[in-house]
Design a protein around this ligand. Structure first.
Ligand code: NIG
Length: 410
């Protein structure tokens, strides 16, 4: 779709800005977009002229979703595993190797076509920023090609060579590969390194090695932690200054405090940002694992993100609206808290809440997850008067318009 030099989205009934200076929300508002950025935000009565005008007719506008945790570079399908799980079998991460086998066997073109399909699905649902991970290749060649393909379609790529030890590999030798030649090959194509710290994946010592190697390579880190049981994931992530620790179904009081304290220290001038607590409601449901304690995390003062964890094993959905509704209906957070976590929270988890971050092509981008002058013009228009309808009318296709970098994509 074409883009005018300036566009006014006018007559907005409820505008979620996430801009704390203005209370985070405006009524009877308008937003002016110039090229790829937001140029002005304010009362509809004061709206400036523009080349083009969209009448929101009293509906709700909010930032596009920022999906900070997905695994979209894969081939194959795990319907049988899902059916077995619904029949009572427990999720134990073993299915990752099924996807690894299918992914290795796929051509570049097939992987890219599947990724494009999934990104298009996410965009139709209002998602304007997507992080995705490697992690279904687990050889130097397959991890590198996953990172290169992903970088052509998403906003941030994370190296997840430390997903599981591939079938038949020696654990120590594989760790040497992941923290050595594989990291060297993939590092130019990614902005962060992730590690699955869990029984059956990587233990405390291995996780520490992966995080240290990432630090030496100058890359940010994330941790998959506390998904299948209690463990050291949160502690290690906070200790390493990771951007986020994700999953969090099994948290001790110390884990919750550590996540909250990491932000209290930042506010107190530590100079190091805290670690975002990323919860993945669709994954918790699909694996029938405990729901992450999002309410307790917020009450303690942690910074919360909500993400889809779209992947073929544990969460085959990219619907952020579904995740937001689940967080509200099942995790005890308010709609406003859930929307903030699925937009600004994700942006903080990706280090994209401030202007000047670079996408995989190296292009400089405006902040995402906020509606404020200078931010990237990423917006969604709902066919509803308020964001409350996201939880009040769960599962309904409420997204009526989506703009990404000022361009209308839905
Ligand atoms: O985030 N926890 C590890 N990785 C994915 C699962 C991937 C899979 O089972 O294929 C997750 O849930």
């Amino acid at each position: 779709m074409t883009r005018s030099a300036s566009l006014l989205i006018d007559n907005i009934g409820e505008l979620t800005t996430n801009d704390d200076a203005g209370g985070g929300r405006l009524h009877d508002a308008a937003v002016l977009i110039e090229r790829d950025r937001i140029a002005w935000v304010g009362a509809a009565a004061d709206a400036p002229a523009a080349d083009e005008r969209v009448d929101a007719a009293g509906r709700a506008v909010l930032p596009g979703w920022v999906d900070s945790h997905t695994h979209l570079v894969f081939a194959g399908d795990r319907t049988a595993e899902f059916e077995a799980r619904m029949a009572g079998e427990a999720y134990a991460a073993g299915g990752i190797n099924v996807t690894v086998e299918a992914t290795r066997a796929a051509t570049d073109a097939a992987l890219e076509a599947n990724l494009e399909r999934l990104v298009a699905e996410a965009r139709r649902g209002g998602t304007t920023t997507i992080e995705t991970k490697t992690g279904y290749g687990l050889t130097v060649r397959d991890e590198q090609r996953a990172a290169v393909i992903a970088g052509r379609h998403v906003d941030a790529v994370t190296f997840l060579g430390a997903h599981v030890v591939p079938a038949g590999a020696d654990p120590e030798g594989y760790l040497d590969l992941v923290t050595g030649p594989m990291l060297d090959a993939v590092a130019p194509h990614v902005s962060a390194v992730d590690v699955f710290c869990e029984r059956g994946a990587f233990d405390e010592a291995a996780t520490e090695r992966v995080l240290a190697a990432a630090g030496r390579a100058g890359l940010a880190t994330r941790v998959h932690g506390n998904q299948l049981g209690h463990g050291p994931g949160v502690r290690l992530a906070v200790g390493a200054g990771s951007l986020s620790v994700d999953h969090l179904g099994f948290l001790s009081e110390d884990d919750v405090s550590a996540l909250a304290d990491s932000w209290a220290e930042w506010s107190g001038g530590s100079g190091r940002r805290g670690t975002v607590a990323t919860v993945l409601p669709a994954c918790d449901l699909s694996t029938r694992m405990p729901l992450a304690p999002a309410r307790a995390l917020l009450d303690a003062g942690a910074v919360l993100a909500i993400a889809s964890n779209a992947n073929p094993g544990t969460s085959y959905t990219s619907s952020m609206a579904f995740c937001v509704a689940t967080a509200v209906l099942q995790m005890g957070v308010t709609v406003q808290e859930a929307v903030r976590a699925a937009t600004l929270g994700g942006a903080i988890a990706l280090g994209m809440d401030r202007d000047g971050w670079r996408d995989p092509s190296g292009a400089e981008q405006g902040a995402v997850g906020v509606v404020a002058p200078g931010a990237r013009a990423d917006l969604q228009l709902l066919d509803a008067p308020s964001v409350t309808h996201l939880a009040y009318r769960p599962g309904m296709p409420l997204v009526q318009g989506v703009w990404r970098a000022g361009q209308r994509i839905v």
